[in-house]
Write a protein that binds this ligand. Structure first.
Ligand SMILES: NC(=O)c1ccc[n+]([C@@H]2O[C@H](COP(=O)([O-])OP(=O)(O)OC[C@H]3O[C@@H](n4cnc5c(N)ncnc54)[C@H](O)[C@@H]3O)[C@@H](O)[C@H]2O)c1
Length: 505
């Protein structure tokens, strides 16, 4: 545990150690025990530099055991102590100066002599970046011990990390309950010169119980409209104006906290503001976690169609927090499942069930990370991710004209996967039992396998226009060599498959 004096590291360390059945150690107490002299005595008599050396000795000794260690407020000012903490799970307990002052015992704190408020503010400013850089997680120390202990305990469960390998632009996608608490550490390490963060989110997400994020930086929160309404040129312009007004510089960062819509907008804002600033995504829908936040595609919509203007802009990192999914409405889960089932089919994983969301987010992120790593800008590899999407894009666009709420993206992908199986069957690429099996997997996740009221000719004309269809009808289809991109599919066969699917009961 790291953080300012008075923030409650020691009390938390002892309470947490009790819950986990391990020992709690204070570096201050260890110094006392090892040298027979108190911290105060060391600092007064030998000076701070000498004390930091024995403190690093104490830390080194503490870290040989399975323990919870409360470090001193200034421990991280020593480069040796900082190095000792590299690779260790570190919690930064953060609090403002007012909270610290109410808790501090001012009687014997040699480093706070004089005016404690001014001294604390100076120390907090000087140490903030050291805490952030060392931090795995950041939590507010202003909360009660009763609230903190179970939270920290939950953070210690194993997390999964997938890496998108793009040379200097490589980044991690962390999948864990409480992953949002890694934001300050992520920003500190990936954008060390950042002083400010602009956090883009919606009013409805800001009031969720889990909206307790710390960036470790001076932060301005910018609210954008909910859902697809965020992805417009006018919102884009307003957000850029707000960034300029907040004084966001080239070294500063944009953070998205939301679903795919916020992610797409924030990514595009970051791609173009000052010709590009860093962006990190805290993905809060299943769909954003398994798809939108990973891979660097960003976009806004035109009246002529969705996602027609955008840029590739890879994030600094992505946090997929499974805890925030606790508040996700059922329909949004289903929408995410559509993409998850797509990934499971691409991976030949027919055994998947919705009971294990963590493993399934990991499966999808792993696949997307691998594909983006080898094919960032959508050549043949990345096109595989469009499995089920040729029909999905068409019926999504047609449904949108009738009722914006009729069909969610992943729901359309589900229908698109059922259709792709039927088309593959008609082209003699797979057996009928495979189609039944795909339907069964989709049904397991509550996804629709029937094609409802859509005009076949309208679907075909949309497919022909779809930017991913190039000159002839292109589909991603299952077959004897597995799933692959198949071009030049005869329109007559597609029409017949659509008609037959519409006739199914
Ligand atoms: N860039 C890409 O590679 C990519 C890939 C797939 C989809 N997308 C885009 O993503 C968008 C769809 O994303 P989406 O499905 O996440 O929709 P969304 O962003 O509109 O979010 C859906 C709804 O869920 C709410 N919500 C979000 N997180 C919540 C939470 N934790 N608890 C409760 N409510 C929550 C949102 O406020 C919203 O009302 C589309 O615009 C699509 O084009 C982009």
């Amino acid at each position: 545990m790291v953080g300012m004096p008075g923030v409650g590291k020691s009390a938390l360390a002892h309470a947490l150690a009790e819950v986990r059945g391990v020992t709690a150690l204070d570096t201050d107490d260890l110094v006392d025990e090892m040298t027979g002299r108190s911290v105060q005595e060391w600092i007064r008599v030998e000076g701070e530099a000498a004390f930091r050396e024995v403190e690093a000795d104490a830390l080194e000794r503490a870290l040989t055991e399975d323990v919870v260690v409360a470090t001193g407020g200034g421990t991280l000012t020593s480069s040796r102590s900082r190095e000792l903490l590299v690779g260790q799970p570190v919690l930064w307990l953060d609090a403002d100066v007012d909270t610290l002052l109410t808790r501090l015992d001012e009687t014997d704190r040699p480093l706070l002599e004089g005016d404690p408020r001014t001294r604390l503010s100076e120390l907090a400013d000087a140490r903030r970046s050291l805490y952030a850089e060392a931090a795995t997680w950041t939590l507010s120390g202003a909360q009660s011990l009763d609230a903190l202990v179970p939270r920290v305990d939950a953070l210690l469960t194993p997390s999964m990390t997938r890496r998108v390998e793009l040379g200097e632009r490589s980044y991690d996608v962390v999948i864990a309950r409480g992953a949002r608490h890694r934001l300050a550490g992520l920003l500190s390490r990936s954008a060390p010169r950042a002083r400010r963060a602009a956090l883009l989110t919606t009013a409805s997400l800001r009031v969720q119980p889990w909206f307790d994020l710390s960036t470790g930086l001076e932060t301005v929160v910018i609210e954008v409209p909910d859902g697809e309404a965020a992805k417009t040129f006018s919102t884009l312009e307003q957000v850029c104006e707000q960034l300029a007004h907040a004084g966001l510089s080239r070294h500063d960062v944009v953070v998205s906290v939301g679903g795919g819509a916020v992610c797409d907008l924030a990514g595009f804002v970051a791609a173009i503001y000052l010709r590009g600033v860093g962006v990190a995504h805290v993905a809060t829908t299943l769909l954003a976690q398994v798809d939108a936040a990973v891979g660097g595609k960003t976009a806004v919509d035109l009246a002529a169609g969705k996602n027609l203007v955008g840029a590739f802009h890879q994030p600094l990192g992505v946090l997929c927090d499974l805890e925030v999914l606790d508040t996700l409405p059922e329909r949004e889960w289903r929408s995410g499942w559509g993409e998850v089932v797509k990934c499971a089919l691409l991976e030949g994983r027919d055994d998947v069930t919705p009971d294990e969301p963590a493993a399934l987010v990991d499966l999808a992120v792993d696949l997307k990370a691998r594909i983006v790593s080898s094919d960032e800008r959508e050549g043949a590899q990345r096109a595989l991710l469009n499995y089920g999407h040729t029909l999905a894009h068409a019926i999504e666009a047609l449904a949108l004209e009738r009722d914006p709420d009729e069909l969610r993206h992943g729901e359309a992908v589900g229908v698109g996967l059922a259709f792709a199986a039927r088309l593959a069957l008609r082209l003699g690429r797979i057996e009928a039992t495979r189609v039944e099996h795909v339907d069964e997997i989709l049904t397991r996740f509550g996804l629709e396998t029937r094609l409802k009221e859509f005009d076949t000719e309208e679907i075909l004309s949309y497919m022909a226009r779809d930017k991913k269809a190039h000159h002839d009808l292109t589909f991603v289809l299952d077959g004897p060599r597995g799933v692959e991109v198949v071009s030049g599919v005869d329109v007559g066969v597609v029409r017949a498959t659509l008609e037959a699917m519409k006739g199914e009961r």
